[in-house]
Design a protein around this ligand. Structure first.
Ligand SMILES: C[S@@+](CC[C@H](N)C(=O)[O-])C[C@H]1O[C@@H](n2cnc3c(N)ncnc32)[C@H](O)[C@@H]1O
Length: 215
């Protein structure tokens, strides 16, 4: 009941946090810094499928000079993230409620410095590999939108998706680093921020896989 009632109020709740997201994000293509009031040289970091915002609401305050944009296609899910950013008054965090397949409508070539993909839907390698956010068509699109030496930080619980993604990164000319199949027992864990799904998988004893792919 409470969940249904909450969902009915999505437009009003979005309106209350209107400083955190853009009604027509495609108008910001190529000028995100200007649109968000950030200096011309600042870095833009983009998170794909941010869910309820557990990662971005910690990552953005940790990097206050970066313009951090989080994208999520599910409006009831992104609302939770937007409300967190609004309540915590995080000045460098903004949101796009859209599907990642449309990224080229929202970003221009060479506009993005870093991309985060955390626990994207695994889809099946056999039936739906093209829907994976690390499928090569997506990677080629990210390459166009990222600056030279831009990077993608990728985390997953899923071994098969991880192996697939490593193959795709290499096939698209990325260099791999910081590769671990057990992030929480690795040297990289000190800087790590756990996402909502990451915590759930960790609680089930599933090792988290992570890699950074650089252009
Ligand atoms: C498994 S959840 C992970 C959420 C969060 N990143 C985390 O780690 O807790 C995957 C999220 O990605 C979103 N998502 C999946 N495919 C997407 C796409 N093509 N574009 C935008 N969001 C997408 C889903 O709606 C969902 O919220």
């Amino acid at each position: 009941m409470a969940r249904g009632r909450k969902k009915r109020h999505i437009p009003e709740r979005m309106e209350r946090c209107s400083e955190r997201w853009f009604e027509a994000p495609l108008l910001n293509r190529g000028k995100w810094r200007e649109a968000c009031g950030f200096p011309a040289g600042c870095e833009i970091w983009l998170e794909l499928g941010c869910g309820k915002g557990q990662f971005c609401t910690q990552m953005a305050p940790r990097n206050p000079d970066v313009l951090y944009i989080a994208l999520e296609r599910d409006s009831s899910v992104i609302l939770a993230a937007i409300e967190k950013a609004h309540e915590q008054q995080i000045p460098n965090l903004f949101f796009i409620n859209a599907d990642a397949t449309l990224l080229e409508n929202y970003f221009d070539e060479n506009e993005i410095d870093r991309i985060f993909i955390n626990f994207c839907d695994p889809w099946s390698r056999r039936n739906k590999p093209k829907r994976r956010l690390t499928y090569r068509a997506f990677l080629e699109m990210y390459k166009k939108l990222m600056k030279d030496h831009g990077s993608i930080a990728f985390k997953t619980d899923n071994d098969e998706l991880f192996d697939f993604s490593l193959e795709e990164f290499l096939a698209c000319g990325f260099t791999l680093s910081e590769l671990t199949r057990d992030l929480h027992s690795s040297e990289y864990d000190t800087e790590n921020i756990r996402t909502e799904f990451e915590q759930k998988f960790a609680d089930q004893g599933i090792p988290i896989k992570r890699v950074v792919a650089t252009l």
